[in-house]
Ligand binder design. Structure first.
Ligand SMILES: O=C(O)C(=O)CO
Length: 339
């Protein structure tokens, strides 16, 4: 379009582009510099700092918000101060940090980014599964300990090939995990609110378990991939861990609060389950003295599920697509409705 013909990004009619509020550019909670050109092509970017410095002028300009790592925080006060806000796009799939009903009550649409995140998050799930099965982190510590004889290191792991994987939550990420697990010759069970089509099940060789309990009893690896909602809060608690095999490993790449963390600590300390690999905890980060950080049979990563250069860029592309659809009154490809 017309914007593409403008040399060097900042076009003369920049002010006429719809205003997009972002927390900041760069920094811990800021959108990445590499994404700015794409955003500026379609929007007039307003950072929270600029907004707060010139609230009266800026508040009318904002038509959309792009949330990056849950920032800016969306509360009633912010929503009330943005009369022209139409849509909030989230830089990820999980929407548990947003009060969906509150946002919807302002007539503001919401979107997430399920397509962009699915491959890299599935990769993270498999990476944690493999690392835990084969004790890679413990092995790394042996390798960097001076003078440690390799044969003295007791690093017998568990076999992945032929093992049973239970996937809880068969959305776009869960399905990509199944695809990957198939290549590792795993037996795949899954539980989901709605059963997948038969062809989809067959394509990855996955068997549906209507009851989570039967999945838990059979699986050697349990991978948690559901979104956090009131229904999934502490879905995996003491009872569920006790149903699991003592040789089983729990992998969580969804949200920390889907697993009862106190129960998990006990289960890991008392051999109720073999090990856990967690990309998510509560809180994040865990306090330095948290027991989970001291157990040998736990791997923890700092919520890096989506963190690749390609995926983060695709997230911004998906957000742009969703926002433009909303501003043009078209169906929003990844609209999220309050339940
Ligand atoms: O996509 C998500 O929900 C993530 O956790 C990444 O931020």
């Amino acid at each position: 379009g017309f914007q593409d013909l403008q040399p060097f990004g900042s076009s003369p009619c920049r002010g006429e582009l719809p205003g997009l509020l972002v927390n900041e550019i760069g920094g811990i909670h800021g959108i990445l510099h590499g994404h700015v050109a794409l955003l500026k092509k379609h929007f007039y970017l307003i950072t929270m700092k600029e907004f707060l410095e010139n609230r009266k002028h800026m508040s009318k300009k904002v038509q959309a918000i792009y949330l990056w790592w849950h920032k800016p925080i969306i509360d009633r006060e912010l929503l009330q101060s943005l009369p022209n806000l139409k849509v909030i796009a989230n830089s990820g799939v999980g929407m548990d940090h947003l009060d969906l009903k509150l946002v919807a009550s302002f007539g503001v649409k919401m979107a997430n980014a399920p397509y962009a995140v699915s491959s890299s998050t599935a990769d993270t799930g498999m990476a944690l599964l493999l690392a835990s099965a084969r004790r890679l982190v413990e092995g790394y510590h042996v390798a960097i300990s001076p003078g440690m004889e390799y044969c003295e290191a007791d690093l017998l792991g568990v076999e992945v090939t032929g093992a049973t994987l239970g996937i809880i939550g068969m959305g776009s990420i869960g399905y990509k995990i199944a695809l990957r697990a198939k290549a590792f010759e795993m037996n795949i069970l899954y539980h989901n609110r709605t059963r997948r089509k038969e062809q989809e099940e067959q394509a990855v060789g996955a068997t549906y378990c209507e009851k989570i309990d039967s999945l838990l009893q059979q699986a050697d690896f349990v991978m948690v991939v559901v979104s956090l909602t009131p229904q999934t809060h502490k879905l995996i608690g003491k009872r569920e861990m006790e149903l699991m095999k003592p040789t089983a490993t729990l992998i969580n790449i969804s949200r920390g609060a889907v697993v009862d963390q106190e129960a998990l600590v006990t289960a890991l300390q008392t051999g109720v389950i073999r090990a856990a690999a967690l990309d998510v905890t509560y809180p994040e980060p865990l306090p330095r003295d948290h027991t989970l950080l001291k157990l040998k049979n736990v791997i923890i990563t700092p919520h890096l599920g989506i963190k690749t250069d390609k995926t983060t860029y695709m997230i911004t592309e998906e957000a742009v697509e969703n926002i433009l659809a909303a501003l043009n009154g078209l169906p929003i490809p990844s609209e999220v409705l309050p339940s």
